[in-house]
Design a binder for this molecule. Structure first.
Ligand SMILES: [Zn+2]
Ligand SMILES: [Zn+2]
Length: 255
């Protein structure tokens, strides 16, 4: 069993063969996939995928890239989407100071507003943080998000910060870059953070792990992330697969 805790199977790069990709994921041993929203449009697509495929669950939210177009009406639509049975989280939300596609001020405002939404509807949150480690941490700490549940998706920060997160009940999700030779920082995170606090993800179609690096990523490849964690920790692949699946089910409250 495996749980790809973060995928974008709604992406147009899957338009030609989405059914086959999802079938391949199932055949390779995946039990669940969480499809994250990144805008209103992709949040609706995530919900539609969750209604079509048994193994897919959805998260709804607006990515920091796109918050510049948000208003309170967007929040209302997101809120109504959270009523759908297989919507199990709000996300991905957060801060991205690498691209700054939206002004920082807007990013902070709508990040906080979407955390409040998650609290209103009592759902966990999925966090995107790029080049905004300290501010993201401060906002999450201030909002005590451990109460609703939270995961740092595609974690790329330091091991020290990761320890601060898990202390507060926040999960760390590891993606494909763990398999890259130069990924010393995330390898240290995989080594030192207890398995009980780790999730695995693909973030497909992005961040393709070795041995498929350079090609389109897909959910079936989450096994390479789990294998890398097993090797780094010196434990079996089965233990990593089983525990990370259990962690994700607990976070997203899937029975
Ligand atoms: Zn992201
Ligand atoms: Zn993503």
């Amino acid at each position: 069993m495996l749980f790809d805790s973060h995928a974008h199977l709604d992406d147009s790069r899957f338009d030609r063969d989405r059914d086959a990709v999802i079938r391949a994921a199932k055949e390779s041993g995946l039990q669940y996939i969480l499809n994250a929203g990144a805008s209103l449009t992709t949040s609706v697509k995530a919900v539609n995928l969750s209604e079509k495929y048994e193994m897919i669950y959805a998260a709804v939210g607006v990515h920091p890239h796109d918050v510049k177009d948000m208003d309170e009406d967007t929040i209302e639509v997101l809120k109504s989407l959270t009523n759908k049975k297989k919507v199990v989280a709000v996300g991905e939300i957060g801060l991205d100071y690498y691209y700054n596609h939206s002004p920082k001020e807007e990013q902070r405002k709508w990040f906080k507003r979407q955390i409040e939404l998650a609290k209103e509807v009592n759902l966990p949150i999925i966090i995107h943080d790029r080049d905004a480690n300290q501010e993201t941490f401060d906002i999450l700490k201030q909002h005590q998000v451990g109460d609703i549940g939270c995961v740092m998706h595609c974690y790329s920060g330091s091991v020290e910060l990761a320890k601060e997160y898990i202390k507060r009940g926040i999960y760390i999700s590891i993606a494909g870059p763990l398999t890259f030779n130069n990924a010393k920082k995330v390898q240290q995170v995989a080594r030192e953070i207890p398995l009980e606090w780790l999730l695995v993800e693909t973030d497909c179609p992005y961040l393709t792990p070795v041995p498929y690096r350079g090609k389109r990523n897909e959910s079936a490849y989450v096994r390479y992330v789990a294998e890398a964690i097993a090797e780094i920790k010196g434990i079996s692949f089965e233990e990593v697969a089983e525990t990370t699946t259990k962690n994700a089910k607990k976070l997203f409250r899937i029975e």
